[in-house]
Design a protein. Structure first.
Length: 290
Protein backbone atom coordinates (compact mmCIF):
# COMPACT_ATOMS: atom_id res chain seq x y z
CA UNK A 1 0.00 0.00 0.00
CA UNK A 2 1.45 3.35 -1.04
CA UNK A 3 0.61 6.43 1.00
CA UNK A 4 2.84 9.29 2.05
CA UNK A 5 2.69 10.24 5.72
CA UNK A 6 3.96 13.48 7.25
CA UNK A 7 7.11 13.49 9.37
CA UNK A 8 6.98 14.85 12.92
CA UNK A 9 10.15 15.89 14.67
CA UNK A 10 11.67 15.43 18.11
CA UNK A 11 11.77 18.10 20.79
CA UNK A 12 13.89 19.18 23.74
CA UNK A 13 12.92 21.03 26.91
CA UNK A 14 15.55 23.72 26.77
CA UNK A 15 14.76 25.35 30.12
CA UNK A 16 12.30 24.60 32.92
CA UNK A 17 13.16 21.01 33.83
CA UNK A 18 11.16 19.90 36.88
CA UNK A 19 10.18 23.42 37.94
CA UNK A 20 7.38 23.53 35.36
CA UNK A 21 5.69 20.88 37.53
CA UNK A 22 5.29 23.65 40.12
CA UNK A 23 4.00 26.19 37.60
CA UNK A 24 7.21 27.97 36.61
CA UNK A 25 8.21 29.04 33.12
CA UNK A 26 9.59 26.62 30.57
CA UNK A 27 10.81 26.67 26.99
CA UNK A 28 10.61 23.68 24.63
CA UNK A 29 11.89 23.72 21.06
CA UNK A 30 11.70 21.36 18.06
CA UNK A 31 14.79 19.33 17.20
CA UNK A 32 14.95 18.43 13.53
CA UNK A 33 17.78 15.95 14.01
CA UNK A 34 15.27 13.12 14.60
CA UNK A 35 11.77 12.37 13.28
CA UNK A 36 9.02 9.78 13.19
CA UNK A 37 6.25 8.99 10.74
CA UNK A 38 3.70 6.31 9.93
CA UNK A 39 4.48 4.05 7.00
CA UNK A 40 3.45 0.87 5.25
CA UNK A 41 6.98 0.24 3.98
CA UNK A 42 9.75 -1.25 6.10
CA UNK A 43 12.86 0.89 6.36
CA UNK A 44 15.88 1.12 8.66
CA UNK A 45 13.92 3.02 11.32
CA UNK A 46 10.79 0.85 11.53
CA UNK A 47 10.08 -0.55 15.01
CA UNK A 48 10.01 -4.34 14.87
CA UNK A 49 6.77 -4.60 16.87
CA UNK A 50 5.29 -1.24 15.94
CA UNK A 51 2.16 -2.74 14.36
CA UNK A 52 1.41 -4.44 17.69
CA UNK A 53 2.04 -1.15 19.49
CA UNK A 54 -0.41 0.64 17.21
CA UNK A 55 -3.01 -2.05 17.76
CA UNK A 56 -2.68 -1.61 21.52
CA UNK A 57 -2.87 2.15 21.10
CA UNK A 58 -5.99 1.82 18.95
CA UNK A 59 -7.64 -0.12 21.79
CA UNK A 60 -6.88 2.84 24.06
CA UNK A 61 -8.26 5.51 21.74
CA UNK A 62 -11.37 3.44 20.89
CA UNK A 63 -12.11 3.13 24.63
CA UNK A 64 -11.38 6.73 25.54
CA UNK A 65 -12.17 8.98 22.57
CA UNK A 66 -15.24 9.93 20.56
CA UNK A 67 -15.44 8.17 17.19
CA UNK A 68 -16.99 11.36 15.87
CA UNK A 69 -13.74 13.17 16.61
CA UNK A 70 -11.35 10.57 15.19
CA UNK A 71 -11.57 8.28 12.19
CA UNK A 72 -10.98 5.18 14.27
CA UNK A 73 -12.28 2.83 11.58
CA UNK A 74 -9.64 4.14 9.19
CA UNK A 75 -6.97 3.84 11.89
CA UNK A 76 -7.87 0.21 12.62
CA UNK A 77 -8.11 -0.59 8.92
CA UNK A 78 -4.66 0.89 8.35
CA UNK A 79 -3.27 -1.20 11.21
CA UNK A 80 -4.80 -4.35 9.73
CA UNK A 81 -3.18 -3.43 6.41
CA UNK A 82 0.25 -3.24 8.04
CA UNK A 83 0.64 0.30 9.37
CA UNK A 84 4.06 0.71 11.01
CA UNK A 85 6.03 3.31 12.95
CA UNK A 86 9.29 4.53 11.45
CA UNK A 87 11.26 6.62 13.91
CA UNK A 88 14.83 7.80 14.31
CA UNK A 89 13.94 9.38 17.69
CA UNK A 90 15.66 7.35 20.43
CA UNK A 91 13.19 6.00 23.00
CA UNK A 92 13.75 6.86 26.66
CA UNK A 93 16.12 9.76 25.95
CA UNK A 94 13.80 12.73 26.53
CA UNK A 95 13.38 13.72 22.90
CA UNK A 96 9.63 13.17 22.66
CA UNK A 97 9.27 9.89 20.78
CA UNK A 98 5.75 9.26 22.09
CA UNK A 99 4.87 12.91 21.48
CA UNK A 100 5.80 12.58 17.81
CA UNK A 101 3.69 9.43 17.52
CA UNK A 102 0.71 11.22 19.05
CA UNK A 103 1.22 14.19 16.72
CA UNK A 104 1.22 11.75 13.78
CA UNK A 105 -1.99 10.10 14.96
CA UNK A 106 -3.75 13.42 15.56
CA UNK A 107 -2.68 14.80 12.17
CA UNK A 108 -3.77 11.71 10.27
CA UNK A 109 -6.99 10.70 12.01
CA UNK A 110 -8.54 13.69 13.83
CA UNK A 111 -11.75 14.74 12.08
CA UNK A 112 -12.43 17.93 14.04
CA UNK A 113 -9.15 19.84 14.17
CA UNK A 114 -11.11 23.10 14.13
CA UNK A 115 -12.45 22.12 17.58
CA UNK A 116 -8.89 22.44 18.93
CA UNK A 117 -7.93 25.71 17.23
CA UNK A 118 -7.00 27.18 20.62
CA UNK A 119 -3.45 26.23 21.60
CA UNK A 120 -4.56 25.43 25.15
CA UNK A 121 -7.34 23.12 23.97
CA UNK A 122 -4.93 21.47 21.53
CA UNK A 123 -2.33 20.92 24.28
CA UNK A 124 -4.98 19.37 26.55
CA UNK A 125 -6.27 17.04 23.83
CA UNK A 126 -2.78 15.94 22.81
CA UNK A 127 -2.00 15.34 26.49
CA UNK A 128 -4.98 12.98 26.75
CA UNK A 129 -3.82 11.15 23.64
CA UNK A 130 -0.30 10.79 25.06
CA UNK A 131 -1.46 9.64 28.50
CA UNK A 132 -1.49 6.08 27.20
CA UNK A 133 2.32 6.15 27.18
CA UNK A 134 3.02 7.95 30.48
CA UNK A 135 -0.05 7.56 32.67
CA UNK A 136 -0.38 11.35 32.57
CA UNK A 137 0.88 13.90 30.07
CA UNK A 138 0.93 17.69 29.91
CA UNK A 139 0.65 17.51 26.12
CA UNK A 140 3.76 19.66 25.70
CA UNK A 141 5.82 17.12 23.72
CA UNK A 142 3.19 16.35 21.08
CA UNK A 143 2.31 20.05 20.87
CA UNK A 144 5.88 21.06 19.99
CA UNK A 145 6.08 18.18 17.52
CA UNK A 146 2.71 18.88 15.93
CA UNK A 147 3.15 22.66 15.57
CA UNK A 148 6.87 22.37 14.85
CA UNK A 149 7.34 25.54 16.87
CA UNK A 150 8.97 26.57 20.11
CA UNK A 151 6.52 26.66 23.01
CA UNK A 152 6.93 29.13 25.87
CA UNK A 153 5.27 27.86 29.04
CA UNK A 154 4.41 31.05 30.90
CA UNK A 155 2.65 29.31 33.80
CA UNK A 156 0.35 26.32 34.37
CA UNK A 157 -2.51 27.99 32.52
CA UNK A 158 -0.79 30.04 29.86
CA UNK A 159 1.39 29.00 26.93
CA UNK A 160 2.33 30.53 23.60
CA UNK A 161 3.85 29.31 20.38
CA UNK A 162 6.82 31.49 19.47
CA UNK A 163 9.51 31.78 16.84
CA UNK A 164 13.09 31.77 18.02
CA UNK A 165 16.35 32.67 16.34
CA UNK A 166 18.05 29.29 16.02
CA UNK A 167 21.29 31.04 15.08
CA UNK A 168 21.42 32.27 18.68
CA UNK A 169 21.93 28.65 19.80
CA UNK A 170 25.15 28.47 17.82
CA UNK A 171 26.31 31.80 19.25
CA UNK A 172 25.79 30.31 22.71
CA UNK A 173 27.52 27.08 21.63
CA UNK A 174 24.59 25.00 22.87
CA UNK A 175 24.82 21.25 22.39
CA UNK A 176 23.21 18.02 23.51
CA UNK A 177 25.35 15.39 25.18
CA UNK A 178 24.16 11.80 24.80
CA UNK A 179 24.68 9.93 28.08
CA UNK A 180 23.92 6.64 26.24
CA UNK A 181 21.70 5.71 29.21
CA UNK A 182 18.01 5.02 28.68
CA UNK A 183 15.76 6.29 31.46
CA UNK A 184 12.12 6.43 32.48
CA UNK A 185 10.64 9.79 33.41
CA UNK A 186 7.94 8.73 35.89
CA UNK A 187 10.21 7.35 38.70
CA UNK A 188 12.43 10.44 38.53
CA UNK A 189 9.43 12.76 38.78
CA UNK A 190 8.24 10.79 41.83
CA UNK A 191 11.65 11.29 43.50
CA UNK A 192 11.41 15.00 42.82
CA UNK A 193 7.86 15.30 44.14
CA UNK A 194 8.70 13.31 47.26
CA UNK A 195 11.70 15.50 48.06
CA UNK A 196 9.88 18.76 47.48
CA UNK A 197 7.04 17.61 49.77
CA UNK A 198 9.23 16.32 52.61
CA UNK A 199 12.45 18.36 52.52
CA UNK A 200 12.03 22.12 53.23
CA UNK A 201 15.63 22.89 52.26
CA UNK A 202 15.14 21.17 48.89
CA UNK A 203 11.90 23.09 48.35
CA UNK A 204 13.76 26.32 49.07
CA UNK A 205 16.43 25.52 46.48
CA UNK A 206 13.77 24.65 43.90
CA UNK A 207 12.26 28.10 44.39
CA UNK A 208 15.69 29.50 43.46
CA UNK A 209 15.81 27.15 40.46
CA UNK A 210 12.39 28.40 39.34
CA UNK A 211 13.67 31.97 39.49
CA UNK A 212 16.82 31.09 37.54
CA UNK A 213 14.71 29.37 34.87
CA UNK A 214 12.51 32.45 34.49
CA UNK A 215 15.58 34.68 34.25
CA UNK A 216 17.34 32.49 31.70
CA UNK A 217 14.24 32.20 29.50
CA UNK A 218 13.81 35.97 29.57
CA UNK A 219 17.48 36.44 28.67
CA UNK A 220 17.31 33.77 25.95
CA UNK A 221 14.27 35.35 24.29
CA UNK A 222 16.03 38.74 24.39
CA UNK A 223 19.20 37.10 22.98
CA UNK A 224 21.16 38.38 25.97
CA UNK A 225 24.23 36.13 25.83
CA UNK A 226 25.87 37.24 29.07
CA UNK A 227 22.81 36.64 31.22
CA UNK A 228 22.05 33.31 29.56
CA UNK A 229 25.57 32.19 30.47
CA UNK A 230 25.25 33.58 33.99
CA UNK A 231 21.99 31.78 34.78
CA UNK A 232 23.01 28.61 32.94
CA UNK A 233 25.94 28.32 35.33
CA UNK A 234 23.72 28.94 38.38
CA UNK A 235 21.22 26.31 37.22
CA UNK A 236 24.02 23.85 36.53
CA UNK A 237 25.57 24.29 39.98
CA UNK A 238 22.26 24.07 41.84
CA UNK A 239 21.23 20.90 40.02
CA UNK A 240 24.57 19.25 40.64
CA UNK A 241 24.34 19.97 44.35
CA UNK A 242 20.67 19.18 45.00
CA UNK A 243 19.50 16.87 42.20
CA UNK A 244 22.17 14.18 42.15
CA UNK A 245 19.60 11.42 41.51
CA UNK A 246 19.04 12.96 38.06
CA UNK A 247 22.74 13.00 37.13
CA UNK A 248 24.29 9.57 36.37
CA UNK A 249 27.73 8.89 37.80
CA UNK A 250 29.25 8.80 34.31
CA UNK A 251 27.99 12.34 33.68
CA UNK A 252 28.82 13.73 37.13
CA UNK A 253 32.46 12.88 36.42
CA UNK A 254 32.55 15.28 33.46
CA UNK A 255 29.96 17.77 34.73
CA UNK A 256 32.41 20.55 35.53
CA UNK A 257 34.98 22.03 33.17
CA UNK A 258 36.56 25.36 32.37
CA UNK A 259 35.53 24.78 28.74
CA UNK A 260 31.81 24.04 29.01
CA UNK A 261 28.77 23.80 31.31
CA UNK A 262 26.21 21.00 31.57
CA UNK A 263 22.70 20.86 32.99
CA UNK A 264 19.80 18.45 33.09
CA UNK A 265 17.68 18.43 29.95
CA UNK A 266 14.15 17.24 30.73
CA UNK A 267 13.99 14.52 33.37
CA UNK A 268 17.71 13.72 33.49
CA UNK A 269 18.72 10.36 34.88
CA UNK A 270 20.07 9.49 31.45
CA UNK A 271 19.10 10.50 27.94
CA UNK A 272 20.53 13.81 26.76
CA UNK A 273 22.04 16.61 28.82
CA UNK A 274 22.20 20.21 27.64
CA UNK A 275 25.63 21.74 27.34
CA UNK A 276 27.02 25.17 26.59
CA UNK A 277 30.58 25.84 25.50
CA UNK A 278 33.30 23.86 23.74
CA UNK A 279 31.85 20.36 23.25
CA UNK A 280 35.06 19.25 21.50
CA UNK A 281 36.61 19.00 24.96
CA UNK A 282 34.31 16.03 25.75
CA UNK A 283 35.42 12.66 24.41
CA UNK A 284 33.63 9.31 24.21
CA UNK A 285 30.14 10.85 24.03
CA UNK A 286 27.91 11.69 21.10
CA UNK A 287 27.30 15.44 20.87
CA UNK A 288 24.69 17.27 18.82
CA UNK A 289 25.23 20.96 18.25
CA UNK A 290 22.06 23.07 18.33
Amino acid sequence: MSREFKKFYSKILLFGEYTIINGSQGLAIPLDKFYMKFTFEKDEFVFEKSNELLQEYSNYVVSNFDSGHYDLDKFQSDIQNGLLVSSSIPIGFGLGSSGALVASFYHEYCLVKEKYASINLLKTELGKLESYFHGASSGLDPLVSYLHQAIHIINKDEIEAININTYFNSKLQLFLLNSAIERRTAPLVEIYKSKINTDPSFESEIKKLSEFNSYIIDAYLKEDIENVKKYFQQISELQFKYMKEMIPESISGIYYSEYYLLKICGAGGGGFFLGMGDSDEINKYEKIKL
